[in-house]
Write a protein that binds this ligand. Structure first.
Ligand SMILES: Cc1cc2nc3c(=O)[nH]c(=O)nc-3n(C[C@H](O)[C@H](O)[C@H](O)COP(=O)(O)OP(=O)(O)OC[C@H]3O[C@@H](n4cnc5c(N)ncnc54)[C@H](O)[C@@H]3O)c2cc1C
Length: 265
């Protein structure tokens, strides 16, 4: 039976994006009134784990680092078919950059027990650095395959997989245990089922803080982060609209002139 860990991140609900602001002093994001949802690509990671479970049998551990508000997204993954859920949550983890985030997640994975497969999204919808997966693999000293788009052969301990390239794919062979970051091409995430939601009610989420991980406090959160945000600003995304009127031919002529004037064609 495969032992799989899926790393899932709680990200701001896009419909609340207008409520996110930048703290002018700390240069961090204020997300107080923002509801959190499961990072979209982590749904693909979760779906990959569920398909492997259906094919070979697997034990799926869902792992997230975040504030207590991240707990519902772990529950959601348990409702999809995850077997156990862990939330790494402690004030000491706050202000972590990707390095400290990956270190904390890797410490959690070591404590859960080193898995055969770790699945992450390729990127989060808020930070989108794409670094956390490769950094976890580095801390755990295991191979990493990024941008997974197809699992060609998953029988045995040496997998054959395809990863995305801008204009094609790369065919790779990788020995397990390994970490994969997944793209949306990999699968179509399933919807939550009513029976899954009912079953998940009985599944507990274990919350671990800094003492549980047993790692030095200076390697966590802001003190453990080698990068700092020295400035952050918003861009003005205002767009102007001009309605063109007239017959179809007149509108087409006007549009053509405007595009030529703007240097677009
Ligand atoms: C100096 C600095 C300070 C920061 N301070 C803060 C802060 O105060 N508050 C704050 O909220 N953010 C802060 N951040 C952002 C924070 O570092 C990122 O949210 C975090 O490191 C994840 O990076 P990412 O979103 O780019 O992940 P990516 O690498 O784009 O994510 C890829 C995948 O990694 C996994 N993953 C990523 N993060 C998690 C997670 N937390 N739990 C489980 N899986 C995960 C998921 O599978 C995800 O799909 C800070 C960043 C920097 C550089």
């Amino acid at each position: 039976m495969l032992n799989i860990v899926v790393c899932v991140k709680a990200v701001p609900d896009p419909k609340d994006s207008c409520k996110i602001s930048i703290d002018p002093v700390s240069k961090t994001l204020n997300r107080c009134d923002v509801s959190m949802v499961l990072n979209p690509l982590d749904k693909n990671a979760m779906e990959a784990a569920l398909q492997l479970k259906e094919q070979y049998g697997a034990h799926i551990t869902v792992l997230s680092m975040g504030p207590p508000q991240a707990s519902p997204i772990v529950k959601e993954c348990l409702a999809l078919g995850g077997d156990q859920g862990f939330l790494l949550s402690d004030r000491a983890f706050g202000g972590a950059d990707t390095y400290a985030t990956a270190f904390t997640l890797a410490s959690g994975i070591k404590k859960v027990g080193k898995p055969d497969i770790i699945l992450c999204g390729m990127a989060s919808s808020d930070g989108a650095t794409e670094w956390v997966g490769p950094q976890i693999a580095t801390f755990l000293d295991m191979p990493v395959v990024t941008m997974l788009k197809e699992i060609v052969n998953s029988a045995g301990d040496c997998w054959q997989v395809k990863t995305s390239l801008e204009d094609g794919y790369r065919l790779l062979e990788v020995d397990l245990p390994a970490l994969f970051t997944v793209t949306r091409d990999l699968n179509e995430p399933r919807a939550l089922s009513f029976s899954g939601i009912i079953k998940a009610r009985k599944k507990e989420i274990t919350v671990w803080g800094k003492e549980d991980l047993g790692v030095p406090e200076e390697s966590l959160g802001l003190p453990g982060s080698p990068t700092i945000v020295s400035d952050m600003t918003t861009t003005d995304n205002k767009r102007e609209v001009e309605i063109i009127t007239g017959s179809r031919e007149e509108m087409a002529d006007q549009l053509l002139l405007k595009l030529v004037d703007a240097g677009a064609i």
